[in-house]
Write a protein that binds this ligand. Structure first.
Ligand code: FES
Length: 167
């Protein structure tokens, strides 16, 4: 009778099981991580995007301000350019979304020479007041969305869209 409690056969079985388990885990872990990686990423949804618009240059007349950001959709990353209509209301900076609330065309400030103090959507002749309120009798049924706004080093920073608080 052997003094060893583990036979040679058992030792070989344990060793092969351990090595096999380690190799399987080494192969599976990267696959599992790849599958759930976007879920584990931190979201920057509260971040503001820098623009080249100086706050001191703003007036009460809306100006179009373009801004770019990196959009991450699962594993796909792309550069997106967006815009806002930005103006001053007293000391407050207001930024409105240019996306028409009818069918999503882009509105322009003073786009209709007959109504230079309104936002105008050329697609179906939609109109909005300066604060984004849709004008009754035109196709849009709701006001333009607003952007959260902040200021950094004298420049306008644009945040996420929120419901229009001016109307
Ligand atoms: S999309 Fe703007 S009025 Fe229809």
């Amino acid at each position: 009778m052997s003094k060893n409690p583990v036979s040679r056969r058992q030792f070989l079985g344990y060793t092969l099981t351990g090595v096999g388990g380690f190799m399987a885990a080494s192969m599976l872990m990267p696959m599992v991580r790849f599958a759930v990686d976007p879920v584990l990423q931190k979201k920057d949804s509260g971040d503001f995007i820098a623009t080249s618009q100086k706050v001191s240059d703003l007036t009460e007349q809306p100006v179009r301000v373009d801004f770019s950001f990196e959009q991450v959709d699962g594993w796909y990353t792309s550069d997106v350019t967006n815009s806002a209509w930005v103006y001053k209301e007293g000391d407050k900076v207001v930024a409105l979304s240019p996306v028409c609330k009818h069918l999503g065309c882009t509105v322009n400030w003073g786009g209709d020479p007959a109504q230079p103090e309104q936002f105008f959507c050329p697609c179906h002749l939609g109109r909005y007041e300066k604060n984004g309120k849709n004008i009754a009798g035109t196709p849009p049924l709701g006001p333009l969305d607003q952007y959260e706004v902040s200021e950094k080093d004298g420049f306008v920073m644009i945040g996420k869209t929120i419901a229009n608080e001016l109307v």
